[in-house]
Design a binder for this molecule. Structure first.
Ligand code: PMP
Length: 360
């Protein structure tokens, strides 16, 4: 077996220790006589797995008691709709930042349910920055403010939590959750698809302040009602049991590693060395405003795009895969989520430097 360093934007790498533990428990979990995949979600074994996952996540993220933790399905995309359905609460307008392709998708979906006020947009800058605060137009009557903390495609990340006064703040944390500590109490709602830093695809995490739920718009599907999900411990219907089990193993791995501040140190080191390599070369470029460069998704281009195919082929032979940039941006993108070991980033840097030497 030879495992590669996979720089995919998601589904992404899972920590090796987690995969090994899952392999060990694959045929039989504990003394249950069965695989986790075969368990009733209402049986005591699976209930203990789900409860431990929630307890560990609450501990790692220091989630205050007045927040519900929901393990749902439908990806972050389902939340683009569920958020207005649950959080409009009698209002007709919501504020959205437009900082990239994922903001745009969230905005597009929200427009089906309410008027969307764009607080600020970086579209004119090709989504390579976060608009300056002096240009924000927050509406004090908005039901909530939504932003995408990390734009997975553009590689742009907010370096601060926007200040929105009394208006509830909602964040798409899909591609940066668990990469560093975050003050949950600043948010009304945090959501994330699992397939980057949490675990396998199929699971969607929602963390929501409990006083905000229970007032959905007419026609909201029951499955999208946060209150129903909270009252049923995310088991209104059958949850994605195996993905949740895997997420639980990832949370245990993070705890053993020293939690989110330890993770943050590693992530910052990985990102810094990769950006430094790009900035120090006249062969590669990253277009993003330095202040807002993502720690998780590092897009870069070769100054000579005619070499893109050779770069990718050579990388693949070196065991470095899925480096092709998103089709809307082109070039390369290295996603270096929590489970990408530092050796993987070092191997990429070595490869980039060698390739540049050979082709300069
Ligand atoms: N938001 C962000 C920031 C993302 O990166 C993605 C997926 N790449 C999504 C939303 C959509 O997530 P999903 O595929 O889980 O619906």
């Amino acid at each position: 077996m030879s495992r590669v360093f996979n720089f995919s934007a998601g589904p992404a790498m899972i920590p090796t220790a987690v995969l090994q533990r899952a392999e060990k428990e694959f045929m039989e979990w504990d003394d249950s006589g069965m695989s986790v995949m075969e368990m009733s979600h209402r049986g005591k074994e699976f209930m203990s797995i789900a409860q431990k996952a929630e307890t560990d996540l609450r501990e790692i993220m220091a989630i205050p008691d007045n927040y519900k933790v929901l393990f749902l399905q439908g990806g972050a995309t389902a939340q683009f709709a569920a958020i207005p359905m649950n959080l409009l609460r009698g209002k007709t307008t919501a504020d959205y930042f437009n900082t990239g392709q994922w903001s745009k998708k969230a905005i597009q979906e929200a427009k089906r349910y309410c008027d969307v006020n764009i607080v600020a947009s970086s579209e004119d800058n090709n989504f390579t920055t976060v608009p300056d605060k002096s240009n924000w137009q927050l509406n004090p009557d908005a039901a909530y403010v939504h932003y995408t903390a990390n734009e997975t495609i553009g590689g742009v990340e907010f370096d601060h939590i926007p200040e929105t006064g009394d208006v509830p703040l909602v964040v798409d944390l899909s591609s940066t959750i668990l990469s560093r500590p975050i003050d949950v109490s600043r948010f009304a709602l945090i959501y994330a698809g699992a397939q980057k830093n949490i675990g396998p695809a199929g699971l969607t995490l929602v963390i929501v302040r409990d006083d905000l739920i229970g007032e959905t718009i007419d026609g909201t599907p029951t499955i999208f009602d946060y209150k129903v999900q909270a009252d049923n411990d995310s088991m209104y219907n059958t949850p994605p049991t195996y993905s949740l089990y895997m997420a639980g193993l990832v949370f245990q791995w993070l705890k053993e590693l020293g939690g989110l501040s330890a993770m943050s140190d590693i992530n910052q080191r990985k990102a810094t060395k990769l950006y430094t390599t790009i900035d120090n070369s006249d062969f590669y470029q990253n277009p993003v405003d330095k202040q807002y460069r993502s720690w998780m998704n590092v897009p870069f281009t070769l100054n000579n795009p005619n070499l893109d195919a050779d770069f990718l082929a050579g990388a693949k032979s070196a065991g470095l895969i899925t480096l092709k940039g998103h089709r809307s941006v082109g070039g390369m993108r290295a996603s270096i989520y929590n489970a990408m070991p530092e050796e993987g980033v070092d191997a990429l840097i070595d490869y980039m430097q060698t390739f540049a030497k050979q082709h300069s």
